[in-house]
Design a protein around this ligand. Sequence first.
Ligand code: HEC
Length: 135
Amino acid sequence: MTRATARSKHPHRSLLAGCLALAALGSAEIASAQPAGFFTDRQASQGQGAYRGNCAPCHGDAVIESLAAWTGGVDTFYGFISSAMPQDAPGSLPPATYVSILAYLLREVGAPAGTTELTSDPEALRAISLTPAPP
Ligand code: HEC
């Protein structure tokens, strides 16, 4: 009997393997000295849904690694995703959706949720530090 358990969760992932593998080599963690709470849990959960609908079809879960490995600030990461992604319709999502997706990704890399919503304010985004994890 053949069961359909071998379905691929990430059908397009192989197309991206080249550039994503590079990004997955690094890792980072949120600086522990940083005060908690630059996004809310609710916002991150909304972002999870938006990520599934708008990003996962091409990336699977890989953008979590991309954020962990990002060498620039969170403001430049936001700038990139909100202007260049989704790759087939760059900049097409409302700012609040990009922000919630970022909140989701931050939660996935270990940043603690709080009571204040994340915004697209570049100053606030720049204040979030992604520090490289010790080797
Ligand atoms: C239609 C397919 C497609 C969709 C949908 C898409 N991307 Fe991408 N993405 C790509 C491709 C192809 C690249 C690599 C080329 C480039 O950098 O433009 C990429 C690159 C990236 C990168 C930089 C490379 C890396 O992995 O570090 C990030 C970050 C990223 N995408 C995030 C997102 C986010 C967030 C969304 C959802 C809002 C999204 N992408 C939706 C195809 C897609």
